[in-house]
Each structure stands twice: as C-alpha cells, then as structure tokens.
Ligand binder design. Structure first.
Ligand code: ZN
Length: 356
C-alpha cells in the first residue's frame, strides 16, 4: 500500500490523495482553493482507476475538471452530494457503491457530520486507510458516525491543536445578536446549523434561496441527518424569512457564499459594509484574495469561528475510534503538524508520502 498527498499535507490547501492498493490506484478528492483557487499538481500521477469524493465543497471537489489528466476515471460521490451539486461533472458522478466496493476494493463509508452527504471512507478494511475528508462530531443537523478502525488515518486537522468547543462559540455569536447580523456561509455546510442555533436562541432568522434549497433537499434525506433534524429543517424553512438583496437589516441573516465572494452574501456584505446597518460576521476559513479576508483586515467585518472540523478533543475521539498505527494530519500548516506530533499519542507522518 502506498499513499501520497498530492495536495493537502502541510498546507490548508486543496484535498487530493493518491492511494495505491492491491494493484489499484484511487484518488481521494480533487479540490480547489480554499486560498487563491489553488489546484493540486497532477503532473506525473498517471492514470487512476477511480476518484472518490468525500463531499461537495470546492476544496475537495472543485478540481474535478482535471480528471482527464488522470485518464478520466469514474467519479464516485454520495447521493446528497450529487443531488446538491451545481458542477455538471459532479452531478454525473456514480453514487458511492452501497455494497462498499470500488474497483474491487472494499470501501466502507459513514456520515462525517461536516456537511450534507459528507462521508469518511475506509478503503481496504482494518488493514487499510481511513480518510476522514472533512469531519465534525459537533453538529446538530448533519449526521456523524464514528469512523471504523484502520491502520492509517488521514485526519482532518484543519484546526491543529485548537480546542474551543462549539457551545462556547455559539454563545459568543449569540452575544452579537443585539444588532442585525449578516453571516456568510456555504449553503451546503454550516449555514443551516448556524440558522438553527439562532432560531433556538429566539433570534429572527432569514435564509437566502441557496440555503433554502439545501434545507428542502436534505429534509427528505433522513439517513443523512441527526435524529429529528428533518422536521427541524422543515420548521426552519417555515419560520425563517426569505433573504433577498433588498431585505431590511434584521436578526440573523444567513447567506451563501462563505467569503462574500459570490451568491447573495457578496451583495449584502457590500451593502452593509457601506451603510453600517448590520454587522458582518465570517465564521469559516478566511480565504486569501476574497472579500472576507479584506473586510476583516479593514475592520469592516468580524471573525468568529464556527467549528466544522475537529478540535483537539475531537481528534482524540477520532484516534480512539480508528486506533491507527500512523496518522497523517491533513489541511494544516507545518507548525500545526509539529504541535500535533508533540500532543497526540500516535506516530504522526511528517512527509507527504507513506509506504506500508
Ligand atoms: Zn468541507
């Protein structure tokens, strides 16, 4: 078995891992960004047998147009990811095999909590690899199941050793609700979780059409939701106002996209930054070269993290579940890799390549 991080190791970069096992070659994700639309370098990779997509976010699936560089293999993704995709390549993906076999290799998956239809995957059974994709066990809507044991763990370590829990983060955000607030978020991600938290706190919520579409589609996918989250999503749709470009500033306004780079959040963030009638609060990675980074730097917007990746405590829970011989911390800078190396009780891979 050989594993190579084409991208996503030692950097908060696009995800792409090449796994060679039993004569088969699989690509786990081909992302883009999150900073500066960066793409993995696929030169010299050669043909692969299949591409497995962990979830639909751009930094995991935004490089699928590069698939012809690796022989245009079949692309596999979960049914919700396919249903919510706007990229025609992802919309045409093959639903991940319910029997848990891809190219003759066992591939078991489970819900990763991070986003609608997001999965972790275990390839090659207990002697193989567990790839978390992006993962979080703190959400109130997107279902999470603990991953299976495996020899090697590629772990979402986006937050390094940070350990603030989501309940504290929710309390911090709620404390800002004394004024109208715009919360840019990915429509198929934390936006609906944020909306639910504000609704539960008694703050009026408005949702952009992109978020409403995701809520409608996912309300009919109970297997991908925390118990009772289907009725919760329907109630959210009933009670939340429809957010539009000319909506008056009011309550918690949740709009796609996450960096005010696109969607309704771009127009609303520009408007509220100019007239000062609502706070603008970003809650995810501030992508380089996007309005979010500039607005926070210029004091026009605030940053308050909303966990959608594991905290250090979450990483410890992952390690307890997977019990790997080796862990590859993904999506974080070298300093975070070193900090984890000093902290977790499992050998941490320090290179982008691993042969076992
Ligand atoms: Zn993601």
């Amino acid at each position: 078995m050989r594993l190579r991080a084409l991208s996503g190791f030692g950097v908060k970069g696009p995800a792409s891992f090449l796994l060679e096992m039993a004569g088969r070659r699989l690509l786990l994700d081909i992302g883009r960004g999150p900073d500066a639309d960066r793409l993995p370098d696929l030169a010299g990779v050669g043909p692969v047998d299949a591409i497995l997509v962990s979830h639909g976010h751009a930094d995991h699936a935004g490089g699928l147009h590069l698939a012809e560089q690796v022989g245009s293999p079949p692309i596999h993704a979960t049914p919700p990811v396919i249903a919510l995709a706007t990229d025609p390549v992802l919309r045409a993906a093959i639903p991940l095999d319910a029997r848990g076999v891809v190219c003759g290799l066992s591939n078991e998956t489970g819900p990763a909590g991070h986003a609608p239809g997001a999965v972790w995957m275990r390839i090659g059974g207990a002697d193989g690899v567990l790839y978390t994709g992006d993962i979080s066990d703190e959400g109130a809507i997107w279902r999470y199941a603990a991953p299976l044991p495996a020899r090697v763990l590629i772990a979402d370590a986006s937050y390094g050793v940070a350990d603030a829990g989501l309940p504290d983060q929710i309390a911090e955000l709620a404390a800002l609700a004394d004024a109208p607030m715009l919360l840019p978020a990915p429509a198929h991600g934390r936006g609906l979780e944020i909306a639910l938290a504000f609704q539960r706190a008694g703050v009026p919520v408005a949702l952009c059409p992109a978020h409403r579409r995701v809520a409608r589609v996912m309300a009919d996918c109970p297997g991908w939701l925390v118990a009772e989250a289907g009725p919760t999503l329907r109630a959210l749709l009933d009670e939340a106002a429809v957010l539009a470009p000319d909506s008056p500033p009011h309550g918690a306004m949740i709009a796609a996209g996450p960096n005010a780079e696109s969607g309704l959040s771009a127009a609303l963030a520009a408007r509220f930054a100019a007239d000062g009638t609502a706070r603008i609060v970003f809650t995810g990675h501030l992508a380089a070269g996007t309005p979010s980074q500039r607005m926070v730097q210029d004091g026009q917007a605030l940053f308050r993290r909303w966990n959608v990746h594991p905290t250090l405590s979450g990483l410890r829970r992952l390690l307890d579940a997977v019990r790997p011989e080796r862990v590859i911390p993904a999506f974080c800078e070298p300093e975070a890799v070193a900090a984890l190396q000093a902290t977790v009780p499992v050998p941490v891979a320090v290179g982008a390549e691993l042969a076992l």
